[in-house]
Design a protein around this ligand. Structure first.
Ligand code: PLP
Length: 432
């Protein structure tokens, strides 16, 4: 805790990140030997001297560098606190990023990135679909600040980014390309390296390059590392897999120190930091993140295989392992596992989708994803209901689309639950 007191300095110990999730960033000797960090329920920190207080403020605000071997210094829990520092160090290690910053929610993290890097007159290019809340923020709020928008369907990104960047430069400075890959709820992948190539190509030598930001909530940090492929910042809803137990709301941003310094200034000014207790819960969850995501992904693959071959009704499946063509190649290049959130469509639109959801018993009907329990939702009427119907349909969020987040139940029980619901809605199984 404190950036100088780590027992596993910076991930260069040779141990894998998952092996360091129990210890990284925490020095037990500073807390009576407690094996787990205490929750530091304090709003402020005593300074060893008046000069130290002045130094801490100078360091925190970037007026003076942090001297070699010293820490930035703890000031006030809106700016920094030990639980936040431990959580951030561990998230950065998992993401293989310079640094990370945690926020009161995923939307607070995404908002902080927009507040930090977009100015009136700038152009934001974004992929669709995005999580519905992000789309609402982009479409309904950003234009009120004078930000100009250009959208590209995720599946068209490779072909459309070049002409869109050309068009965008006539509107204003292209400050950001915002992506979600795979997209919630369609699992469409965006080619990160191609995005970086086009952005570099479109940037004149005297211009600031557009930042590439990706929401990595669905597969990261275990199955996807967009920073390795040219993305500048990864944003997260930690509420999902990272928190993983459906018992907290949190978000994060990870990337280069120089970018994160600016994001942290926004966080401190707007007060969207994460409280000590939730930071502690995040650290608790990080200890099991890898095994939770691996087990959920294995179960998700079994459920997906059942859906494809189910004896009741043909479904269209949006699971990474069933992607075709370019999407399949991108999945193989950019991801090391499919995750456990995916969608499928049933014939009969909203009515049949609702009928199935209402028949499920083990799989609970709720928004959110990435928790220990499996959840089902109908994005068009819930998470994406704020997006205009035509835009929703165009980005693949149709009325018959059902999203599953597979959790840690036995996969055969999840399949039995789905089988019962399908039999009820679509009648007896067809004889093979
Ligand atoms: N990003 C994605 C992909 C999400 O699914 C969500 C929420 O569902 C968010 C961001 C927003 O996160 P939060 O609810 O933690 O603010």
């Amino acid at each position: 805790m404190g950036n100088t007191n780590r027992n596993s300095p910076d991930g260069k110990t040779g141990f894998r990140p998952e092996s360091l999730m129990m210890s990284h960033g925490y020095n037990a000797a500073l807390s009576e030997g407690a094996i787990k960090p205490p929750v530091f329920l304090t709003s402020t920190f005593t300074f060893p001297s008046a000069q130290a207080g002045a130094d801490f403020f100078d360091r925190f605000s970037g007026r003076k560098p942090v001297p070699q071997g010293e820490s930035e210094g703890l000031i006030y829990s809106r700016f920094n606190h030990p639980n936040m520092e431990i959580a951030e160090d561990r998230l950065a290690l998992l993401e293989q990023a310079d640094t990370a910053a945690v926020f009161a929610s995923g939307m607070a993290a995404i908002s902080a990135v927009f507040l930090t890097f977009l100015r009136p007159g700038d152009v934001l290019i974004y992929s669709t679909p995005l999580y519905g809340g992000t789309e609402t923020l982009i479409r309904n709020i950003l234009p009120q600040w004078g930000v100009r928008l250009l959208e590209i369907a995720s599946h068209d990104m490779s072909g459309q980014l070049k002409p869109t960047l050309a068009r965008a430069s006539e509107l204003g400075h292209v400050a950001m390309v915002y992506l979600e890959s795979p997209a919630n709820p369609t699992n469409v992948q965006v080619d990160f390296e191609a995005v970086q190539r086009e952005v570099l190509h479109a940037t004149a030598t005297d211009q600031r390059r557009a930042l590439i930001v990706c929401d990595n909530t669905l597969l990261g940090p275990v199955f996807s590392s967009p920073l390795r492929f040219g993305v500048d910042l990864c944003v997260y809803s930690l509420t999902k897999y990272v928190g993983g137990h459906s018992d907290l709301i949190a978000g994060s941003v990870a990337g280069e120190t120089s970018l994160l310094q600016q994001v942290r200034k926004t966080r401190s000014a707007f007060g969207s930091q994460l409280d000590p207790h939730t930071c502690w819960m995040i650290c608790r969850s990080l200890e099991t993140l890898t095994i939770r995501m691996q087990r959920a992904a294995a179960s998700g693959s079994k459920v997906a295989a059942w859906l494809v071959d189910n004896p009741y009704v043909p479904v269209t499946l949006f699971h990474p392992e069933y992607a075709q063509g370019e999407q399949k190649q991108l999945y193989e290049k950019q991801c090391s596992g499919p995750g456990s959130t995916f969608s499928f469509t049933v014939p009969g639109g909203r009515a049949q989708a609702f009928a199935i959801i209402d028949q499920l018993c083990l799989i609970k009907s709720a928004v959110s994803l990435g928790g220990t329990e499996s959840l089902v939702c109908h994005p068009a009427s819930t998470t994406h209901s704020g997006v205009a119907p035509a835009q929703r349909e165009a980005s693949g969020v149709s009325e018959g689309l059902i999203r599953l987040s597979v959790g840690l139940e036995h996969p055969d029980d999840l399949i039995a639950d789905l089988g019962h619901a399908f039999a009820h809605v679509f009648g007896p199984a067809r004889v093979a």
